[in-house]
Design a protein around this ligand. Structure first.
Ligand code: 4GY
Length: 239
């Protein structure tokens, strides 16, 4: 992480699944702070934009030196800059990022960074969505968080076929104990013990929900695949 606010990662690194993954060193986070590379006596890390205009930019030299230092430590790392100008992330891109062994996240602050740093040191620019944060740190945590879910044994996942399919569908409705609470019941089928029927029901609910709430996620190809999965379950049911 190249960040002027490494302390922002404290809670993330100490709680929940991300905390466990980092403490067990399944994920290793290391920090370089541009402030430590600032050469003036005030240790300043911001500077005025050429051409005028409001706000400040990150100073070139401290940021450049910290990224270079990170690159010298992690020779095969991909350098990622997080900004609203990057390619919008989705679960498919996350799967590709998981395959990388080393990533250098450059967390911007203020109004942004000098374009020459993007041109010369950044390999990939990603966005977590069309809104503007005050810095890249939260975006970096969002990405690492979504990666942590896929560490084997950390979060239980569905079967491979259904997992990849469910990834672009909304989740089916979930229920836990008790069977009745505040006058509301758990659907009978979930108590039936018939696993194939339950799988079909869940798939149906996922499709219904997606159609109602996020129809943009469904297309002809997706529906064909759903049909295939349903037929497979029905076939298994007959055996
Ligand atoms: N959206 N996706 C995002 C962001 C903060 C000013 C440049 C985003 O990834 N990062 O909003 N980042 C800005 C803050 C400098 C980065």
């Amino acid at each position: 992480m190249v960040t002027i606010f490494p302390e922002m990662f404290y809670a993330f690194s100490n709680y929940g699944i991300t905390g466990k993954a980092i403490q067990k060193k399944i994920i290793n986070l290391n920090y370089l702070n541009p402030r430590d590379f600032s050469e003036n006596k005030y240790k300043s890390i911001d500077d005025r934009p050429y051409g005028g205009g409001p706000g400040m930019l990150m100073s070139v030299k401290p940021l450049y030196l910290s990224i270079q230092h990170a690159k010298s430590l992690l020779k095969s790392a991909t350098v990622i800059y997080l900004s609203p100008q990057g390619k919008k992330l989705n679960q498919n891109n996350i799967f590709k990022l998981i395959k990388k062994k080393e990533i250098i996240f450059v967390c911007g602050r203020y109004e942004g960074i000098d374009e020459r740093i993007i041109d010369s040191l950044i390999d990939e620019e990603w966005s977590i969505g069309d809104y503007i944060l005050t810095g890249g740190e939260l975006a970096a945590m969002v990405i690492i968080d979504s990666i942590a879910r896929f560490i084997p044994g950390v979060v239980k996942t569905k079967s491979v076929e259904e997992e990849s399919f469910y990834n672009d569908l909304l989740d089916y409705p979930n229920y836990t104990r008790p069977k009745t609470i505040y006058n509301m019941k758990v659907p009978d089928i979930l108590l039936s013990g018939n696993h194939n029927k339950i799988r079909l029901w869940r798939l149906q609910k996922s499709l219904e929900k997606t159609l109602k709430k996020r129809p943009d996620l469904l297309d002809g190809k997706k529906l064909k695949k759903a049909e295939q999965i349903i037929l497979n379950i029905v076939k298994k049911n007959k055996k």
